[in-house]
Design a protein around this ligand. Structure first.
Ligand code: PLP
Length: 224
């Protein structure tokens, strides 16, 4: 996707498309949040989005987020920061300290490390379980067949409250069957939040029940 306008214009356009997709699906767009994915965008590139009123952001690397966001938070204290990239258990400490939402809980070891850190720090970021919805060998996420049991394990064994499910469908596939499958798994697990849909497919995701869409290049332009 090409960058056609300023960040502020792009944000307005994405919101307009979200509203239109919600209306077409008979949904209230107030129930769908936009996570602006600012990975690779430096602080000066993020400020225009903040000045346009955007407050929810997604980053995929803990170190990059740690370098950019503490200073921005001083100027804009009401930011909600989401981790949307893979998490190693040795980064659990930093992730719990920095993020308000961690979308990529995908194995018992991470769940256990997060539970311990949340206890230690007295912080409780909202947690999503990432599902490897297309069963791709190279991709992060719990297998779809194991997702509902894993949500249960997070609750029972680690005492974690899970907010929802997140997925990234296979690049080459029609995303819609994958989005529908994630929605079905969410119902089975008793979860209401679904993080799905990116720049190329957030309208389909909204049609399938997304409550968070994660949009980067349609807001900030193509990444280098
Ligand atoms: C980069 C990224 C996005 C945003 O992708 P765009 O195509 O730029 O909108 C969304 N989700 C995750 C997990 C990402 O890593």
């Amino acid at each position: 996707m090409e960058k056609h306008g300023t960040v502020s214009e792009n944000l307005a356009e994405v919101h307009h498309r979200m509203d239109t997709a919600a209306a077409a699906a008979d949904r209230n767009s107030a129930n769908i949040a936009l996570v602006a994915v600012s990975k690779t965008v430096d602080a000066s590139g993020i400020v225009p989005a903040l000045d346009a009123g955007q407050r929810i952001f997604g980053e995929n690397r803990v170190q990059e987020a740690k370098a950019k966001w503490p200073a921005l938070r001083e100027r804009y204290p009401d930011i909600e920061l989401h981790l949307i990239g893979p998490l190693q258990s040795n980064k659990a400490h930093e992730a719990v300290a920095l993020f308000d939402v961690i979308q990529t809980v995908d194995r018992p070891k991470i769940a256990e490390a997060l539970a311990a850190e949340m206890d230690r720090q007295g912080r409780a970021p909202k947690l999503f379980v990432q599902v490897n919805i297309g069963n791709e060998p190279q991709k992060a996420g719990i297998a779809p067949e194991a997702a509902v049991a894993f949500v249960e394990q997070c609750r029972r064994e680690f005492g974690l409250s899970i907010e929802g499910l997140m997925c990234i469908p296979p690049h080459e596939d029609d995303p819609e069957p994958h989005f529908r499958k994630l929605a079905q798994l969410g119902r089975e697990a008793g979860l209401r939040s679904l993080s799905m849909g990116m720049s190329a497919d957030f309208e389909e995701a909204i049609r399938c029940g997304a409550t968070y869409v994660r949009v980067g290049s349609a807001i900030f332009g193509e990444r280098a």
